[in-house]
Write a protein that binds this ligand. Structure first.
Ligand code: G3P
Length: 218
């Protein structure tokens, strides 16, 4: 079964989506932290963990491998649910290779824009490979094709690394990610809301209620 993650640092959004019973985890990044108006990564990450009790990704800010490794050591110590997000760069791959060998080395390889990057992240031991679908589409590329390619490559070679469809813009992205076999789809709160809502469902509920009242002679 594909997992549904919320792509947000907003505690209110996480609390609301968790109450719907279909939330498996959360991904954050520095931009989402800024939007949520918080600068305390540890406090915010642990607040989210306490709500979802599932995987929550927090991103490093260092650009060199040594710095990423130091940050990862700290971030991963916060909770067994926390994953460290590391970009797929040369320095990031070096860091992933080392961190993923730790007993608690839960790595979310991020900012993936090609299947080759996804393959290298898996080879370096990442648990998740986050493919940025919407940003590729914005650039005139086919983001979902990279998700499909990553799926095929991981299956071809038996990688445990999970394909995470990120940078999701609308419900059609979610559907396509499900159809190409993404393991995880992380989406903004608004996209999750749009997945649920249908005017036909609302109209159907309304009609059933009206007809039930008529059946009672009201
Ligand atoms: O969190 C990673 C990714 O999902 C960000 O997406 O909307 O900034 O392209 P976006």
């Amino acid at each position: 079964m594909a997992q549904i993650f919320l792509d947000t640092a907003s505690i209110d959004e996480v609390r609301e989506a968790a109450a719907w019973g279909i939330l498996d985890g959360v991904t954050t990044n520095p931009t989402l932290m800024m939007r949520a108006g918080t600068a305390d990564l540890k406090e915010n990450t642990l607040a989210i963990v306490s709500i979802v009790q599932g995987p929550v990704s927090a991103e490093v800010l260092s650009t060199d491998a040594a710095g990423m490794i130091e940050e990862a050591r700290e971030i991963l110590s916060w909770s067994e649910h926390v994953f460290v997000k590391i970009p797929v760069t040369v320095e990031g791959l070096k860091a992933m290779k080392e961190i993923s060998a730790w007993p608690n080395g839960r790595v979310n390889a991020t900012l993936i824009f090609s299947a080759n990057q996804a393959y290298l992240a898996a080879k370096a031991g990442a648990t998740y490979a986050s493919v940025f679908v919407g940003r590729m589409d914005d650039a005139g590329l086919d983001g979902m094709e990279v998700v499909a390619q990553a799926r095929e490559i991981f299956d071809n070679y038996g990688f445990d690394c999970q394909v995470l469809a990120a940078s999701i813009r609308h419900p059609a992205h979610v559907l396509d990610a499900l159809l190409v076999g993404a393991d995880i789809i992380t989406m903004p709160f608004g996209v999750l809301q749009k997945m649920i809502r249908s005017p036909f469902t609302d109209a159907g509920v309304e009609k059933f209620l009206q007809d039930w009242e008529r059946a009672q002679g009201k």
